[in-house]
Design a protein around this ligand. Structure first.
Ligand code: PHE
Length: 335
């Protein structure tokens, strides 16, 4: 064990080390760290004092103590650096609240653009006496097709390429391809008069593109009563178009085919010089009335179905339906 005392300050290398390490440990502010640096490592500090005192030592002893003192300098320098870094990171710990930062506006959510459109559409019909109801998204083949005059071998089933929910006990369960099954369900459990509006999600086994999604919303409407005519259908849908698109909106009805209506039409609006189809509609087919147990010689009705995303696309100049379901805030926050 080399003798290391006998320096100018009277402090041995070991003593200096113990004192320096203890003092560094208890320094817990930037000021205290700086005071430590001056005290131990500064030009007039204790380590410098110790080194200065080497001159008074015997040559052999000077070599040994000098080497130990230089080692200590290296050690203390790296310990000091470590403590400085520690104190920097502890002043702004990750995830803590920095109360010195200026306040930020909290971001709060809003209604999805589809929901907003659905509410606007249903409200327009509510004001015309229609009641909003909802139905199951997982539906029986019976309601989605059979009761709507679309039998298993009917080519019209091709229009609704279907996602089937198969299990061991059922092969007649599917994700509804339209909201029209709620026509059948409503008539099955209610007597006329009926005026309902049915928003909800639908699913089709389809590849997606700018105008097609495999999942989308529809809003179905049904009115059944004594003496309802095609003029009621036209008047109601005309009024709807004016409420959604403005009072000067022009509409056009053309013949179209849906197995559950007769006659069937599609309704278009004149949009920036073009006729654009916005919904299918028609007088409820007598077979559909009878399937639900209604007397088709006594009651008549009209039904219609539209895609709220498509209507929102027209009104808001959205060019791709896939934006609605891609969860991109750059799109969603524009509504
Ligand atoms: N269900 C039809 C569709 O999905 C729309 C429709 C509803 C047509 C009601 C006529 C009457 O395309």
């Amino acid at each position: 064990m080399p003798k290391t005392e006998g320096t100018q300050t009277g402090e041995t290398v070991e003593e200096l080390k113990l004192a320096a390490v203890a003092a560094l440990d208890s320094a817990d502010s930037n000021d205290q760290l700086e005071a430590w640096r001056v005290d131990f490592m500064g030009r007039k500090g204790r380590l410098t004092g110790l080194l200065r005192g080497l001159g008074s030592l015997e040559i052999d002893e000077r070599k040994v103590v000098g080497a130990a003192a230089n080692r200590l300098r290296g050690e203390l320098e790296s310990l000091f650096e470590e403590r400085v870094n520690q104190s920097k990171s502890s002043q702004a710990p990750v995830g803590s609240i920095d109360i010195t930062l200026p306040g930020r506006k909290p971001s709060h959510g809003g209604l999805h653009p589809s929901t907003q459109m659905i509410r606007e559409i249903t409200q327009a019909f509510n004001e015309m006496g229609f009641q909003t109801i909802e139905g199951p998204e997982v539906e029986l083949e019976k309601y989605n097709f059979d009761m709507l005059n679309i039998p298993a071998d009917h080519p019209a089933r091709d229009q609704w390429d279907t996602i089937w929910v198969d299990d061991d006990t059922h092969n007649d369960v599917l994700l509804r391809t339209h909201t029209s099954p709620m026509q059948a369900r409503t008539m099955e459990t209610n007597d006329p008069p009926i005026r309902v509006i049915v928003p909800g999600k639908c699913y089709r086994y389809e590849s997606t593109d700018a105008t097609h999604e495999w999942h989308f919303n529809q809003v179905e409407g049904l009115a059944v009563d004594e003496g309802i005519t095609f003029a009621d259908l036209k008047g109601t849908l005309y009024e709807f178009a004016r409420r959604i698109f403005g009072p000067s909106m022009k509409v056009r009805f053309r013949c179209d085919f849906f197995p559950f209506v007769e006659p069937g039409v599609d309704m278009s609006i004149e949009w920036q010089g073009n006729w654009l189809e916005i919904m299918g509609a028609g007088m409820v087919h007598p077979k559909v009335l009878e399937n639900a147990g209604y007397d088709s010689t006594k009651y008549t009705g009209f039904a219609f179905g539209m895609g709220p995303e498509r209507i929102s696309m027209l009104r808001n100049e959205i060019t791709d339906i896939r934006h609605f379901f891609s969860n991109d805030l750059r799109f969603l926050t524009q509504f």
